[in-house]
Structure formats: C-alpha cells, structure tokens
Design a protein around this ligand. Structure first.
Ligand code: A3P
Length: 278
C-alpha cells in the first residue's frame, strides 16, 4: 500500500520561505536553466521551479508575494531564483538594489552569435514557423544601411542581436552593484566542462563545492551534458533546451562575429575578464 501525502503550499508558514540570497539575472538563451539545474546538485541550493519574474513583470504584487514563490528552506540553505529577462529590464537593477543591496548576482553569457541564433530558433519554434536560415539572415541584415541602428551591415535593433551587446545592459547593473557582487559564467564552457563552471559559483555563494565532473555525462543523442544520478539514471534538460539550430551561412556568421568583436571587448573590459569565443 502506498500512501501519498500532498503538501498544500498555502499552508506552509511563510517564515520557512526566504527571499533569495542570489539571483541568476540572465542572459536569456545562454544556459540559465542548465546553470540552475547543475547548481541544484548541491543540496544546499534551493530554487523555485518556474521563473518568478518578480522584478520585471510582477513587482506590483509586492515582497510578500515574492517570498511566497520561494521554496521552503532550512536556515543554512541558499535560496536562488532565475529570471533571465532581469538582465535587460530597465527598472530591475534599482528594484533589486532597493530590496537587498547585498544581493548576489549571477550572469551566464555565451558567444552572442550563438545566442542570437538560439533566440531566433526559440522564437520561430514558439510561433510554429519553419526555421528558414534565410529568415535569420534577413533579420540580421539592415533594411536601410544609413539607419543609425545599422552597424557593420548588422541590424543592431533586432532583439536577437541587441541582447548580445552585453555591456549595454551590464552598465545599468554596475550603477547599483559592485563587480565583486557579480559572478560571470561562460555559457560555452558550461556545455563543454560543466563541473569546472559550477565550482566557482558554489564558492561565490559561500558553499564548499560539492559538484564534480563525475556528476555529468555527455549524452551523445542530446549532444549536451546531462546529470548522472547516483542510481545510474541520466537526467537531461527538456526538449526546449538544446534545440537544433538552423545552418547559417559563413558570410553571415562572419558579419555577426565582426559586429560583436568590439562589443565583446567593451564587455570584457567592464568585467576584467575575457572569454575565448571564436
Ligand atoms: P539551444 O536550445 O538554442 O541550444 P536558457 O536556459 O538560458 O534558455 O538557454 C538555453 C541554452 O542552454 C540552449 O540553447 C543550449 O545551447 C544551452 N545549454 C547549455 N547547457 C545545456 C545542457 N546541458 N542541456 C541543454 N542545453 C544546454
């Protein structure tokens, strides 16, 4: 006989739910879900399942609502949440600062060229459009070469391109938070060597690192690292993560890489760190 007990979240005393100690603020399509799932391998890290979107969409619902979205934790646990749209939200840095000027901020960034293709792929999939490469190439290119948003032949006002200009958004965060309160993760290396990318984040959160290389296995079907559970089963992220991308012509790839070169430099100078994105 199996007895199932259900927990009604409304009956959980709110003092057992705590405001987050840290937030994964973005960047969209850079591996935010993988980062969160991999961090949760450390049993002291707890997070709500869905994205909370408090500081961008639901701010009017107030702090009590926000805390209610958090998981039940022990006093020694670390609560984190991830809402990738926070990174680009104009009012978000100030709102986070007002709530907790000591909030730890985690940012995962990847090569903005790949990020743009990933963003386009997601949007096209959601709209149930077929993934025409030509459509991506059309959207990347300028309609009018003399328009101010046209830079090096790239339409820098298209969202998929704009979000990859990381320094523009980071600049706003640095008006409120010192750099040492932010931890940057290379989204490219999160795919190739996840454990080495998780370790510094555990330390940043004040935890002894427990996540190890042996916790991951590269899944040859998914073509991404998946979590190897202690009982031998393998847990990969859902099918909306690690989608196949449309093939983009070498000329467009080159154009985008050239466009981002100076933007990436500005970002690297801002964070005093460089990533080896080819
Ligand atoms: P694609 O689906 O375009 O490949 P986010 O979670 O921020 O939306 O990022 C999604 C991206 O995370 C995926 O984009 C994928 O490239 C990347 N990613 C990183 N590690 C992954 C993993 N272990 N499994 C699946 N996707 C992963």
């Amino acid at each position: 006989l199996t007895v199932y007990t259900s927990v009604n979240s409304a009956s959980i005393p709110s003092e057992r739910k705590r405001f987050p100690d840290a937030i994964i603020i973005g960047v969209k399509k850079c591996g935010t879900r993988a980062l969160l799932e991999f961090l949760k391998l450390n049993s002291r890290i707890k997070a709500p399942g869905p994205e909370v979107h408090f500081f961008d969409k639901h701010y009017d619902l107030g702090y009590d609502w926000y805390r209610e979205q958090m998981p039940v934790t022990n006093a020694t646990d670390i609560t984190i949440e991830k809402s990738p749209a926070y990174f680009i939200g104009k009012s978000v840095p100030e709102r986070v600062y007002k709530m907790n000027p000591k909030m730890k901020l985690i940012v995962v960034v990847r090569n903005p060229v790949t990020r743009a293709i990933s963003d386009y792929t997601q949007a096209a999939t959601r709209k149930k459009r077929s993934l025409f490469t030509s459509k991506f190439e059309e959207l990347v290119s300028c309609f009018n070469e003399s328009h101010p948003s046209c830079q090096a032949g790239v339409n820098a006002s298209w969202g998929a391109v704009r979000i990859g200009i990381y320094h523009r958004y980071l600049h706003r965060w640095l008006e409120y938070f010192p750099l040492h309160q932010m931890q940057f993760v290379d989204g490219e290396r999160l795919i190739t060597e996840p454990a080495s990318q998780i370790r510094p984040v555990e330390k940043f959160l004040g935890l002894s690192p427990v996540v190890k290389k042996r916790d991951f296995i590269f899944d040859s079907v998914k073509k991404f690292p998946c979590i190897k559970k202690f009982n031998g089963t393998v847990h990969c992220l859902g099918k909306s993560k690690g989608r196949p991308h449309p093939k983009v012509s070498p000329a467009t790839m080159r154009k985008l890489s050239d466009f981002y070169r100076t933007e990436n430099e500005k970002f690297f100078n801002m964070i005093n760190r460089r990533f080896n994105w080819l």
